[in-house]
Write a protein that binds this ligand. Structure first.
Ligand code: PHE
Length: 440
C-alpha cells in the first residue's frame, strides 16, 4: 500500500495547532468584546452590533491577507518561509492579546490577521506540493489535512472557550498562543521531512513563459464559471460563519444551556460544527462517491448548489429556536435546535467546501493558478464579512427574521444555480469530465 509522505503529518499538526489558536480565539472574541467592562472577568462592554462588525472585519481581513501572503510566497520567500513567519506573527499576536489594554487588543488582532494571511494559504499549497501532478493520493492527503483542521477547531473552543469564559479572557488568549507555539515547534522539528516542498515556486517562471498570451475562449469561459462559483463561496460562508458571531451570542443569551444542573459556557458549542465534520466527513464523501458511481449528476457545481441549500435549511432550526424562546416562560429555547442547525450546516459544508478547492485547480488558467487560489481564500473573507453584516442586522430586524431570511436567500440561490447548471457546465468545456476519466 502506498503511504502518504511524512511531510503531510508535519503540515497536519502545524495546521491543527494554527486552527486551534484561530478558532479558540474566535470562540471568545465576540463574547469578550460584549462582556461587561466592570465586574468579574471584565470585557470591553461594547454593543452587540459593534462586536459583530468587528468580528466581520477581523474574519474578513484574516482571509483577504491570503492574497499578499500568496504573492509574497510566489515572488520572494516561498511558502515554507511564509508559513514560518506567519506562525511567529500569530504567536506574537495571541500573547499580546493576553494583556488587558485596548492598544494591545488591536495590535494583537492585526498581528494575527497578518500571520494567518501568511500561513493559511501557503500551508495548503505545501500540502499540494507533497504530491506529484496527477497523483491520486493528493485528494486523500487533503482530506487528512481537512481532518487536522477540524481536530484543532473542535478542541480549541472547549479549552480556550471554557477557560476564557469562566477563568479569564486573557488567559484564554494566551492558551491559544501556546497552541501556536506547539504548531511552530512541530514545523521546525519536521523540516527534514519538508526538504523539497514550499521553496520559491518555479511555477511562476513555468507559466511565465506564455504569460503574455491572451486568454483563449475556453479559458475565458472557465474564468466566468469560476467567478460565479466565487459568488457561491461568498453566500455560503456569509451564512455558515454566523457560527462564531450571531449564533455564538444567541447561544449565550437565548438558549437554555443547563444540562444536569451545570450551565455549559456558550463558546464550548463552537466546537460542535468541527466535531460534526470529523464524524460525518467520510460518510458524506462516501455518499457522493456512490451517487457518482450510479451515473447521477455529481459535478462540483451541483454539489455546491445542493450544499448551500442544505446549509441554508439549517437556519430553519434557528427559526424554531426563536419561536421556542418566544413561547417559553424563561425566554430561552432548548439546546437541540442548535444541534440541528449545526448538523445541516456541516452536511452542507461537506458537500460544497471540499470540492471547491479542486474545482479551482481544474478551471483556473495555469498562469493564474496561485492568484485564483488566493482569490478563493479572499472570497471566503468576503463571506465572513457578509456574515458579520447579516449578524449586525439582527439587532434591528430581530433574529427570527434574519434566520428565515438566510434560509430564503441561500435556498433561492441554490435553485437558480440548478436552473442554470447545464449552461454553466457547458462553459467549463469538460474541465470536470477529465476528473471523471482520471478517477475511473
Ligand atoms: N473550517 C475551514 C478552515 O478553517 C473553513 C475555511 C474554508 C476557511 C475555506 C478558509 C477557506 O479551514
Amino acid at each position: 500500500m502506498k503511504h502518504h509522505p511524512k511531510g503531510l503529518y508535519i503540515l497536519f499538526f502545524t495546521e491543527l495547532w494554527e486552527r486551534f489558536s484561530y478558532y479558540g480565539m474566535r470562540a471568545i472574541l465576540v463574547l469578550y468584546v460584549i462582556a461587561n467592562a466592570q465586574g468579574e472577568n471584565p470585557g470591553l462592554g461594547w454593543a452587540e452590533g459593534d462586536a459583530l462588525a468587528l468580528y466581520g472585519w477581523y474574519t474578513m481581513l484574516v482571509y483577504l491577507m491570503a492574497i499578499p501572503g500568496g504573492i509574497l510566497a510566489d515572488k520572494w520567500l516561498g511558502p515554507k518561509k511564509m508559513v514560518f513567519i506567519g506562525g511567529l506573527l500569530i504567536i506574537a499576536g495571541q500573547f499580546i492579546l493576553a494583556f488587558d489594554s485596548i492598544i494591545a487588543f488591536y495590535t494583537g488582532l492585526a498581528l494575527i490577521v497578518m500571520g494567518v494571511g501568511g500561513l493559511k494559504p501557503n500551508i495548503s499549497t505545501m500540502v499540494g506540493g507533497l504530491y506529484k501532478e496527477g497523483d491520486l493520493m493528493r485528494d486523500k492527503g487533503f482530506t487528512i489535512f481537512y481532518i487536522g483542521i477540524n481536530i484543532g477547531a473542535a478542541t480549541a473552543p472547549l479549552l480556550v472557550g471554557y477557560i476564557g469564559e469562566t477563568i479569564g479572557w486573557h488567559i484564554g488568549f494566551s492558551l491559544a498562543g501556546f497552541g501556536m507555539i506547539l504548531g511552530q515547534a512541530v514545523y521546525i522539528w519536521g523540516q527534514k521531512y519538508l526538504k523539497g516542498v514550499g521553496n520559491v515556486i518555479a511555477s511562476t517562471s513555468k507559466s511565465g513563459a506564455k504569460s503574455h498570451a491572451p486568454l483563449t475562449k475556453i479559458e475565458k469561459d472557465r474564468v466566468f464559471v469560476l467567478l460565479i462559483s466565487f459568488l457561491v463561496v461568498i453566500m455560503f460562508w456569509g451564512a455558515y460563519e454566523q457560527a462564531g458571531g450571531l449564533l455564538n451570542i444567541y447561544t449565550k443569551e437565548k438558549l437554555d444551556r443547563f444540562v444536569m444542573g451545570w450551565e455549559i459556557p456558550a463558546s464550548v458549542f463552537q466546537s460542535l460544527p468541527a466535531i460534526y465534520v470529523i464524524l460525518l466527513g467520510t460518510i458524506v464523501a462516501g455518499f457522493w462517491a456512490k451517487w457518482q458511481a450510479k451515473g447521477k449528476e455529481a459535478s462540483s457545481l451541483f454539489k455546491m448548489a445542493v450544499g448551500i441549500m442544505i446549509m441554508g435549511c439549517g437556519f430553519l432550526f434557528m427559526v424554531g429556536a426563536s419561536l421556542d424562546a418566544a413561547a417559553s416562560n424563561s425566554g430561552k429555547a432548548a439546546l437541540y435546535w442548535l444541534f440541528g442547525a449545526y448538523f445541516l450546516h456541516v452536511v452542507g459544508e461537506l458537500c460544497a467546501s471540499p470540492v471547491a478547492l479542486s474545482f479551482i485547480t481544474k478551471l483556473a488558467p495555469a498562469k493564474y493558478a496561485s492568484i485564483m487560489m488566493g482569490t478563493y481564500f479572499a472570497m471566503t473573507g468576503l463571506g465572513n464579512k457578509l456574515a458579520g453584516m447579516i449578524g449586525e442586522a439582527a439587532s434591528d430586524a430581530g433574529e427570527k427574521t434574519i434566520f428565515f431570511g438566510i434560509t430564503f436567500f441561500t435556498v433561492g440561490f441554490g435553485v437558480v444555480l440548478l436552473i442554470f447548471l447545464k449552461r454553466l457546465k457547458a462553459l467549463t468545456h469538460g474541465a470536470e469530465d477529465v476528473v471523471l476519466e482520471e478517477a475511473a
